[in-house]
Design a protein around this ligand. Sequence first.
Ligand SMILES: Cc1ncc(COP(=O)(O)O)c(C=O)c1O
Length: 342
Amino acid sequence: MAVTQAHIRSGLEKLPRFKLSHLDTPLEPLDRLRQALIDEGVSVPNRLLVKRDDTTGLAFGGNKGRHFEFEIAHILEGGYDTVININHYHSNQARFVAAGCAKAGLKYHIVSTDMVTAPLTGNLLLCKLMGAEIHRVPAEYGRQTTEKIFAQVTGEGGKPYILPDDPFVDIMGMIGFLEAGLEFEEQFVDDKVEGPVRFWGLTGRSIAGLRLYAKNRGLDWRATAVQYSPGKVADFHKITAARAAQVVDMFDLEIGLDDSDIDVLEDYRGPAYGVPDDGTIEAILMVGKAEGLILDPNYTGKSMSGLIGELRAGRIDPHETICFIHSGGLPQLFAHADRFAD
Ligand SMILES: Cc1ncc(COP(=O)(O)O)c(C=O)c1O
């Protein structure tokens, strides 16, 4: 017997919540992109949709707008007054923490641990505009810098929270996308989306949350995740299954996730995290021209490159509705402007 929507909703209602996002986000057709591919001779399923999670609002939006409603509330509930985060130059998560902290009146330190001499633009610039104190140090000094800030804040009578040290951070994304599952179910009814659906997105918590929702609701929703950085697929499945098991426990669900739940594509991740390949650049230009829809080079461009690549290779079941998750990430586009120069 499938878990009911009411059961999932009541689990969500029990968690503290701090409003950050404009929800529901739109579900839109990608008809002109579909036609552009058909014009190339590619066979494309009848429905190609995009979930516009780039429109969650706060701080230029993104999938993390859903995640951090739970995380910021969790921090406030713990009585902390300062958040310390460690992340990459390109990190969208760092931006969402900045936005959440600003809105909740928390102090925020971001220890930014790579590309330390790269220009202050994109997400880091936005962090600064939202009041973050930015510490740019090479990765080997990241932990040491974090401990120093922690000691200083504590010494001044504050209560600091080191974000990457809290296991809740590992599951709040899946929780945010359990809720997105409820939203999708309603939108699919309204838009008469019938038959199997394939969610298309990034490797991580969001798509796993949707698959977990579908499995427990008994829905024929499948998931393909495109890697955005090198990493062993087996490790991804292991981590995802462990996170899902925690969410199953927390929400009293029936089934968790295993290796067969999410198809992971490795061929579109480019040479490294934050480095787009030519396929990514082509996908961004193609979607921009066909739909007026902007993607980013670190995440959604790679994911779209995967979708276009798999469609062109004829590896997608034409009977599935494809639902591309636009997870945001747009501010970082500007850090890659040189890739579009000619
Ligand atoms: C724009 C964007 N899309 C997708 C992801 C992957 O999201 P998740 O692991 O939460 O599913 C991230 C993660 O940093 C991101 O910034």
